[in-house]
Design a protein. Structure first.
Length: 272
């Protein structure tokens, strides 16, 4: 890891999360900042959802703030605080990257989707002609779903523990991409969807901590399927179970790697 030397000239990029103990993003972002010749530092901050708006308002007053990075569970709330939103944010209703503009207003964009799709392509697990099962319809899951549809995936199944959230996402996808076959399988049909999957995506928070239940049974996936687990903090039990079956497995770090450059450009004033 490239060492970070902090000084009064260092620009800060807080990453806001709740809880925050799982966040390992500085290991990725700070070396990337250094490689780009930037005296920036990503700093994890634990912020309760009830304090989120007030915290963001106070951070806007910090003179050496470069921007904000948002993770679970703040992406939808971040969207609501932005006066200006990029095209992906407008399409998905979530924001994972914010900057304060010269007029004191926040601009926001979502880079989760582009990071996911580019990582999936780079690792050879994006097959538009095969069904994708997306488990998790929160901020990251929403961004990923829209990115998959934009990438030409023809059949997408959305599973979420809160069915109304999955149903809302399915309805929005159908409006934006009328040609895609997107559905929310009923609880009784989750196994059937997983048995047909070419790619299964864990977009839930399950796996952040050791001992948490797996979001689905790895044994249900076909022998030639792939798993993309967006958890970047650790290799999850789901990843281990899929690897043990010989499936292709991609973890969350490549998704971050493929969005960092776009985020840096945004924090420097590009886009939105």
């Amino acid at each position: 890891m490239v060492p970070v030397t902090l000084s009064g000239a260092t620009r800060l990029v807080p990453i806001l999360a709740h809880p925050v103990d799982h966040v390992r993003a500085p290991r990725i972002y700070n070396p990337a900042f250094a490689a780009a010749g930037l005296d920036w530092c990503l700093v994890p901050m634990g912020v309760h959802p009830g304090d989120f708006a007030a915290t963001v308002a106070q951070l806007a007053r910090v003179g050496n703030l470069q921007g904000l990075n948002l993770t679970i569970p703040h992406k939808a709330a971040a969207y609501a605080l932005c006066a200006r939103r990029g095209p992906e944010a407008l399409r998905t209703g979530v924001v994972n990257t914010m900057r304060i503009d010269a007029d004191g207003q926040w601009s926001g964009e979502s880079f989760d989707g582009v990071g996911f799709v580019e990582a999936a392509r780079a690792h050879g697990v994006l097959w538009p002609d095969r069904p994708v099962v997306l488990v998790g319809a929160g901020g990251a899951g929403t961004a990923i779903a829209f990115a998959l549809a934009a990438a030409g995936v023809r059949e997408l199944h959305v599973i979420n523990r809160e069915p109304e959230r999955a149903g809302h996402l399915v309805a929005e996808l159908r409006k934006a991409f009328p040609g895609i076959g997107v559905r929310m399988p009923p609880d009784s049909d989750h196994a059937s969807a997983l048995r047909r999957a070419g790619l299964a995506v864990n977009a839930t928070s399950l796996g952040l901590h050791e001992g948490e239940p797996m979001p689905f049974d790895a044994a249900l996936l076909p022998a030639d399927a792939a798993l993309f687990d967006i958890i970047a903090a650790r290799d999850t039990e789901l990843m281990a179970a899929c690897s043990a079956r010989g499936l292709r497995v991609v973890g969350g770090k490549p998704m971050i790697d493929h969005q960092v450059a776009a985020q840096i450009a945004f924090w420097r004033g590009g886009g939105a």
